[in-house]
Design a protein around this ligand. Structure first.
Ligand code: LMR
Length: 338
């Protein structure tokens, strides 16, 4: 074969392979399915855990043989520390990461950690669904991370081995926090010692005394039995635990267009379900904790709640420059009725 013919033959073969790769899902030709490894740190019976399973089920029903979703809950594949790097390195394809853990990738996302920011889940929904909220999904493109949706868990409650009624009560406690500078600053302001720690280490740390307080929604307290290790739970609702569903941006772009559209439609349906059910799941787990009878649930008076809010408020000014005043205003605006 002459050199010219060889090069032409090679280019044609390459073209054929690429075309087949792109068309096989459409034409139903046998090809390896696209695998989406969905790793997360929570238990299956939580809003995020249920969302991951629903996504897997719908993909199995609607894209069998074309896309396969594998779900790895409970930090079984990667814990907090490693999962985002694993996503960037192409070792997993999907995560639902607490927004608190994404502030170092996109400082604007620190917004979501500001205490007492949204006055209801409906307000949070309003903010996230508007263009300002949607743009934040794209704020980590430079790090090859694409945001696909926001998933709710619920409002965070404070738990400890002593009753926390007033902000002074938390002084001197070692409270576990997610990897977030805002949360660190918030608890430092109260005279507590915040300890950044992956979620899967919390139970052991409560046992060995590395920490003696924590904050999480009811679903995480219940599913990880954390309520069994801390007698007092203050229904403080001082902030929300919300997730961003993220993927490796290059991986997502490489998915054939028609398949990607289908996946995005499925994700839209799953997101709707997760967010519709998250509050009910939290209330269900709260009721289970109450009926187990081992905890004292502290309901704050309006005055006590106001004290916590006032004590935490300086965090807002502290992070205003990193987040941007416009974004904070947009979030506050979402608190006003539709
Ligand atoms: C935590 O670390 O407390 C939460 O972000 C865990 C989770 O993902 O729900």
């Amino acid at each position: 074969m002459r050199l010219k013919d060889f090069y032409m033959y090679r280019s044609l073969s390459k073209l054929l392979i690429c075309t087949l790769a792109m068309l096989s899902p459409v034409m139903g030709l046998a090809a390896d399915p696209i695998v989406i490894r969905f790793s997360h740190v929570a238990a299956p019976d939580t809003p995020k855990g249920q969302g991951a399973l629903l996504f897997q089920k719908k993909v199995e029903e609607q894209l069998a043989g074309v896309v396969k979703v594998e779900v790895y809950p409970n930090s079984s594949l990667y814990g907090d520390k490693e999962e985002i790097k694993a996503l960037q390195d192409g070792k997993v394809e999907m995560l639902a990461v607490a927004l608190a853990k994404l502030g170092s990738y996109s400082p604007k996302l620190k917004l979501f950690d500001l205490p007492f920011l949204f006055n209801s889940q409906a307000a949070l929904d309003r903010f996230q669904s508007k263009p300002t909220g949607q743009q934040l999904l794209l704020s980590m493109e430079k790090q090859n991370i694409a945001g696909l949706a926001y998933w709710h868990n619920g409002m965070k409650q404070l738990s400890a081995q002593k009753p926390l009624r007033e902000p002074e009560d938390i002084r001197g406690l070692k409270i576990r926090i997610q990897d977030s500078d805002v949360l660190e600053s918030q608890f430092q302001l109260l005279g507590a010692t915040p300890v950044k720690m992956p979620f899967n280490k919390v139970s052991q740390a409560l046992t060995d005394g590395t920490i003696n307080a924590s904050e999480n929604p009811w679903t995480n307290l219940y599913s990880k039995h954390l309520h069994e290790q801390q007698r007092y739970i203050t229904e403080s609702n001082h902030g929300s635990l919300d997730y961003m569903l993220i993927t490796n941006a290059s991986f997502w772009r490489q998915i054939p267009f028609n398949v990607r559209i289908k996946l995005e439609t499925i994700l839209g349906e799953v997101t709707y379900e997760v967010n519709r059910q998250a509050d009910a799941q939290n209330q269900k787990d709260r009721a289970k904790i109450v009926s187990a009878g081992g905890n004292e649930i502290i309901t704050l008076t309006n005055e006590q709640r106001q004290h916590w809010q006032t004590a935490m408020q300086p965090v807002w000014q502290h992070f205003e420059n990193q987040i941007g005043q416009d974004l904070i205003k947009a979030a506050q605006y979402a608190n006003e009725a539709p």
